[in-house]
Design a protein around this ligand. Structure first.
Ligand SMILES: [Zn+2]
Length: 256
């Protein structure tokens, strides 16, 4: 399939951008992480998934959406016991997003959509929504795009503990950016014994991923397929596109 055109900051010169600027209604910021993803996905997984998702989204909205530089470091303290993971402190992460938003506002872009590929960023992104509005006058929204296809995932991903380096995430990677996947090393999550039987009535504690899985993966990556990745991503793209049409027209709440 021929790739559709998308506005991506990294691929433009400033004079090209200037021509598009009056028609740009939203900036899409891909948000990822640099963290371990088991034996079969590389450290770039969350960032590249978010970036490729954002490019496809911007293609659907061409020329009204601009994909910015991806934020390729996220909040990952729960993966630090695996070598290589680099985490930001939540305050650093939030400062980076605020500075990106401030910069875009100087160029006249005051709607921001954060396409998030990493669960550890969620709490900070939620807190950022009011800060962006109240401190910068920027209208913002964020989504973990995988959650926009949770029904598709529920239907096809049968492992009890899934969500990280599992068949769902590997499938997305196979569809969006196959270079992320070590196809000869697909391995089921090495879940610590006793977890499946543990009481579900637990309060929140500091999570360390190696307490859950020895090899850093959940689910069963051997069940991954490009077709499942396509189903997850294309469903999420349909739904996020519909939301952004409303968001760009300031009608995301009925009655506004
Ligand atoms: Zn991930």
């Amino acid at each position: 399939m021929a790739e559709q055109r998308a506005l991506v900051l990294h691929d433009l010169t400033w004079t090209e951008l200037k021509e598009y600027l009056p028609g740009i209604r939203v900036a899409i910021v891909p948000v990822g992480s640099t963290e371990q993803h088991g034996p079969h996905l590389t450290f770039a997984t969350d960032t590249l998934r978010a970036y490729e998702f954002s490019r496809r989204l911007a293609a659907r909205l061409f020329p009204r959406a601009l994909v910015t530089t991806p934020i390729n470091l996220g909040i990952s303290p729960h993966h630090m016991r695996f070598p290589g993971t680099i985490t930001l402190r939540p305050e650093t992460f939030m400062a980076v997003v605020m500075d990106v938003a401030w910069s875009l506002k100087q160029h006249g872009i005051t709607r921001l959509f954060l396409a998030n590929g990493h669960g550890g960023n969620r709490a900070a992104l939620t807190l950022l929504m009011a800060r962006l509005r109240d401190e910068l006058g920027v209208k913002a929204a964020w989504v973990s795009f995988t959650a926009m296809a949770s029904d598709v995932i529920r239907e096809h991903v049968k492992s009890p503990l899934h969500g990280h380096a599992c068949e769902g995430e590997v499938s997305q990677a196979l569809y969006l950016a196959p270079s992320l996947v070590r196809k000869d090393r697909l391995t089921p999550g090495a879940i610590r014994p006793g977890l499946a039987e543990a009481s579900p009535w637990r309060a929140e504690t500091a999570l360390s991923f190696d307490a859950i899985t020895e090899n850093g993966a959940l689910g069963d990556a051997t069940c991954a397929s490009e077709e499942l990745g396509r189903a997850i991503i294309e469903t999420a793209l349909d739904r996020v596109t519909a939301f952004l049409e409303d968001f760009m027209a300031d009608r995301e709440y009925p009655g506004w």
